[in-house]
Design a protein around this ligand. Sequence first.
Ligand SMILES: [Zn+2]
Length: 136
Amino acid sequence: MSDSILPSSRLQSNPTFDSRMVDWEDLATGRVVRIEMLKVYCANCGKPWAYVPSTQVFEFYLCRGCFEKYGGIVGTYAMPDDDFARKVAAEMDAAFGRQLTAQELAHLMERGELPKALGILDRESPYRAAARSEDL
Ligand SMILES: [Zn+2]
């Protein structure tokens, strides 16, 4: 999906309004970097959603209410954050019988030992897409 078709979910006139500086730990290296996080909003109704790294190139977000009211966008795939988190939690329970820490997950990923279902969720993760865009 081309980013240029969808509107940005950042504020257009003052994107740094209500931004936050946070210490962000790279789980693979343990290195902590200080980054600015920008607030993003539902592209339709303006409901605040979350913060994204200022280095992220593009983000488009619809709140659950607007998504349920207007439906999905042709050519895109959508999964609400809480549905995604439930799938990840269920796969961790199935594979390990408990919830793993972020550090444990990072070590499994480093060694290429992530169970197949969790690997698929990792590839689909909007958070991975955000991290990839930071590498540009
Ligand atoms: Zn909305």
